[in-house]
Design a protein around this ligand. Sequence first.
Ligand SMILES: *[C@@H]1O[C@H](CO)[C@@H](O)[C@H](O)[C@H]1NC(C)=O
Ligand SMILES: *[C@@H]1O[C@H](CO)[C@@H](O)[C@H](O)[C@H]1NC(C)=O
Length: 105
Amino acid sequence: MMFPQALMALGALLAFVPATQGSTSPCVYQGYKCGYTMVTEFGYNNTELTFAVNKTNVVPPLNTIQLLNVLYRCVDTRGDIAANSFCIAGCISVGDFTVSDECAM
Ligand SMILES: *[C@@H]1O[C@H](CO)[C@@H](O)[C@H](O)[C@H]1NC(C)=O
Ligand SMILES: *[C@@H]1O[C@H](CO)[C@@H](O)[C@H](O)[C@H]1NC(C)=O
């Protein structure tokens, strides 16, 4: 994990930035979140997760269950996301908006 303090400070700031996308709330800029966290906590849908995976050549096309176990990176303050890595052993949510999720080892 990188600079958890900095991420938390940033998360506190961004919590007050209004959503500009259809999502319930934008992700925390530069934070990493599991697919299922994106859906349940931030209101992203499968189309958006699929698109984020398709945009990158890092992660191959995945089924719905797999999409939920991808770790996504929040790439800007508007809530755009990019797939970072597919968690083969499952994605672990820390359960806090301001703390990044991670792949199970
Ligand atoms: C998913 O979200 C996008 C952006 O908010 C929206 O355009 C799209 O219609 C949604 N798709 C579904 C299946 O809800
Ligand atoms: C993502 O790629 C798959 C396989 O190439 C394709 O079937 C799907 O329509 C694409 N989805 C989006 C949202 O671009």
